[in-house]
Design a protein around this ligand. Structure first.
Ligand code: PBG
Length: 328
């Protein structure tokens, strides 16, 4: 039979498949999140995130060496704080000598070339477990962003290269940008969690940090998973307010959002392949239902195909290894 079009010709062998491949995942696009914790004396595994640890500053430094050796150029640091230091004002966040600022500066001093992405939100320090101040069961926006902007400045002073507000308060990018500019931190980047959804996929992360909300949920500040246009609005505002990079999370279930945003912004896009997305693959692989390596690779590739320029993933080191084996 004569068939003029046979799409399979372009899939005939690996050489032609590589030649026509539309998307590629590279180690350059990967960011490794790291949990650092002041309550431990040695690194400890996180039960709901197989393969991921809570680190001391010292073990985080050793971990960063592995990250760099794999060719990854950026990490995102998340702090676990002593329960006794948490209060309703999240005051430990503004202690310039706190564990987090110390960790940032020690890692920066050890590896000046590794980009450090620091987290701006109150939840690690708040006894309420919310990203903003809580009063009468409400999350207070404008007082929160004053604190967030100070945190951002302390992080920049400690050596963070990229400030990443994950709190979803309104107007925080503007005050953070102004605070940084006023203090001459003109080259500090802001990676804004612009479209962060109120997602069930964050649970292992909250286990890892013991940062789950004590009461209520995060639906008055994180976005409704039903919405698309709202994500575009959030991105437009953050762009006007001074963001350099737009972050979307979760990632694999939100490929349509990544694509929508890609079509509406000229800024680089980061996607966060979050804790639950990672743990799901790990758990299925442990049961023998899926191949961890193949599923991780396909997932990250799909996030890239959706329009992400860079991906935060707990599988970043594993993905870097997979990529280097593929290139052999
Ligand atoms: C909190 C924060 C969360 C994550 C990053 N920063 C959880 C939350 O909003 O409750 C989730 C990341 C993950 O699940 O991997 N500011």
């Amino acid at each position: 039979m004569i068939q003029h079009q046979r799409p399979r010709r372009l899939r005939h062998n690996q050489a032609i498949r590589s030649l026509v491949s539309e998307t590629s995942l590279s180690v350059n696009n990967l960011i490794m999140p790291i949990f650092i914790n002041e309550t431990i004396t040695d690194k400890e595994p996180i039960y709901s995130m197989p393969g991921i640890y809570r680190h001391t500053i010292q073990s985080a430094i050793e971990h960063c060496k592995t990250i760099i050796d794999q060719g990854i150029t950026a990490c995102a640091l998340f702090p676990g704080i002593h329960n006794e230091k948490k209060n309703s004002k999240a005051s430990e966040a503004l202690n310039i000598n706190n564990f987090y600022y110390e960790a940032i500066s020690k890692i920066k001093d050890t590896f000046p070339e590794l980009l450090i992405i620091s987290d701006v939100a109150l939840d690690p320090y708040s006894s309420d477990g919310h990203d903003g101040l809580v009063r009468n069961d409400k999350i207070i926006n404008d007082e929160t962003i004053e604190i967030l902007s100070k945190m951002a400045l302390y992080q920049a002073k400690a050596g963070a290269d990229i400030i990443a507000p994950s709190d979803m308060m309104d107007g925080r990018i503007k005050v953070i940008r102004e605070t940084l500019e006023n203090a001459q931190f003109n080259n500090t980047l802001i990676m804004s969690y612009s479209a962060k959804y109120a997602s069930s996929f964050y649970r292992p992360f909250r286990d890892a940090l013991e940062s789950a909300p004590k009461k209520g949920d995060k639906k008055t500040y994180q976005m409704n998973p039903a919405n698309r246009l709202e994500a575009i609005k959030e991105v437009q505002l953050d762009e006007e307010e001074g963001a350099d990079i737009i972050l979307i999370k979760p990632a694999s279930q939100y490929g349509d959002i990544i694509r929508d945003i890609k079509e509406h912004t000229t800024l680089p896009i980061a996607a966060y392949h979050v804790s639950g997305e990672y743990s799901m693959i790990k758990a299925a692989a442990e049961k023998g239902f899926l191949s961890y390596e193949d599923t991780l690779y396909e997932t990250l590739l799909s996030i890239k195909r959706a329009g992400a320029n860079m991906i935060l993933s707990y599988g970043a080191i594993d993905a870097a290894l997979i990529l280097s084996n593929k290139n052999k």
